[in-house]
Design a protein around this ligand. Structure first.
Ligand SMILES: [Zn+2]
Length: 161
């Protein structure tokens, strides 16, 4: 039930209509992680695939996303965090009534970006150090070669004496 498309399919016999219950439509519920689990006693019960929150007895003014957030504030579906949820492609019909999860996602992305940037800066610094060491080593080798050449020519000169 981690796929929104599969969750949406469970709502085939959803007892409410969009006009009577605009905050608990199959599209809203499936997008928020819920699938339909009706029982004879609870004909409109839905369950979040991640946090197992069960909700039902919907009233006309109920807002599924708000109730999910209130009763299960740490659910990654509420927070908009990665949790194996596969979103429906082309979600244009899902209204973004609340931009809080998107906002949190953005903060999450920015935090990761800052961490990566720090890592890149640290790498650049050590690369610069390594470059300097290589340059020093090349200079040292040249110097040694020159000294060796001087010594060799000195020995040759002495031999020829
Ligand atoms: Zn949940």
């Amino acid at each position: 039930m981690n796929e929104e498309v599969q969750r949406l399919k469970t709502f085939e016999h959803w007892p409410h209509t969009e006009s009577s219950h605009p905050g608990v439509t199959p599209i809203i519920l499936a997008a928020d992680g819920f699938h339909f689990c009706p029982t004879p006693q609870d004909p409109d019960t839905v369950v979040c695939f991640f946090c197992d929150l069960q909700l039902g007895d919907w009233e006309r003014s109920d807002d599924a996303k708000a109730v999910h957030r209130k009763l299960s504030p740490n659910c990654p579906m509420v927070l908009g965090l990665p949790c194996g949820n596969v979103q429906k492609v082309n979600n244009a019909s899902t209204k973004l009534e609340d931009d809080a999860p998107a906002h949190m996602r953005l903060e999450n992305v920015l935090a990761r970006k800052a961490t990566l940037l720090q890592a890149v800066t640290a790498l650049e610094t050590s690369l610069e150090d390594a470059r300097r060491q290589i340059v020093d080593a090349i200079h040292a080798r040249k110097k040694l070669q020159q000294e060796a050449a001087v010594l060799a020519s000195g020995m040759k000169t002495r031999k020829n004496d």
